[in-house]
Design a binder for this molecule. Structure first.
Ligand SMILES: [Fe+2]
Length: 257
């Protein structure tokens, strides 16, 4: 019952921030080992090519053991029942200061809903920063648009075509693809995420959100994972998702728990 309550709150638009648990602490510690190994102690001293290479290596390591098991323990500690869930691979994100000026990285900063990218409206995202973040290096939710549509170009997105081009695992800029975005400037209320290292933020994938430029002097590293409950997909239960015109779902890689 408790996990149904949690999902209900998320499908109602709540952004749920959970304090650091021993499980998230372990996940963050293991992720830092990978990051330090691939990026060294001073990631911003790497050339753009070296940084991209390190990110590719680190992303691949973070999809292998022990990370899938660690994510499951994080979900359980958050109060979610694992049975019946489908879980995507853990992803590592890096946003460097000034990345917003790199043309090839422009899609990183598009205002979007994940549902415009072939993710189901019953999908829940988990986001864990590897260090403290705030409005200078996190991301923004446009909370007034949870149930309200915004003009967008999601009709251009085909899940089958996107998967054939490398899916979400690619480093942006390697392949030309369609990346849907809001075509109007969102107005009204918004919330910039503040989190301590190792806290877990849960939110409905259908929320309108946008990565913020990193105005600090360090690279921002974070982890995220996506999951949904099979029976919710079948029954159509989920977040409102009021303006999604993309075609198909990109859920083939989600493994059943
Ligand atoms: Fe997103």
């Amino acid at each position: 019952m408790a996990c149904q309550d949690l999902e209900e709150r998320l499908f109602g638009g709540e952004l749920i921030r959970l304090v650091k648990s021993p499980q998230t602490a372990e996940l963050v510690q293991q992720a830092w080992k990978v990051v330090r190994h691939e990026f060294g102690e001073m990631p911003l001293k790497l050339s753009p090519d070296e940084f991209r290479g390190a990110l590719t290596q680190a992303r691949s390591k973070i999809q292998a053991a022990p990370f899938p098991r660690l994510v499951e323990s994080v979900l359980e500690a958050a109060g979610l029942c694992l049975k019946g869930l489908r879980l995507d691979s853990l992803r590592l994100r890096a946003v460097t200061p000034g990345l917003e000026h790199v043309e090839a990285a422009a899609p990183v900063f598009y205002c979007h809903r994940d549902t415009w990218y072939g993710n189901p409206s019953c999908q829940i995202n988990g986001w864990i920063p590897l260090h403290a973040v705030d409005g200078r290096n996190s991301f923004r939710f446009f909370t007034d648009y949870f149930e309200r549509p915004i003009n967008n170009d999601s009709h251009l997105f085909s899940a089958a075509k996107f998967a054939g081009e490398g899916g979400f695992g690619r480093v942006p800029g390697q392949v030309e693809s369609i990346y849907p975005r809001a075509l109007d400037e969102p107005r009204g209320e918004y919330q910039d995420i503040c989190c301590e290292k190792g806290e877990l933020l849960l939110f409905a994938a259908a929320h309108l959100h946008q990565t913020l430029p990193n105005t600090t002097e360090s690279a921002r590293f974070s982890l995220d994972f996506r999951f949904y409950r099979d029976k919710n997909l079948r029954s159509g239960r989920g977040a409102p998702d009021p303006d999604n015109r993309s075609s198909g779902l990109l859920t083939d890689g989600y493994r059943p728990l």
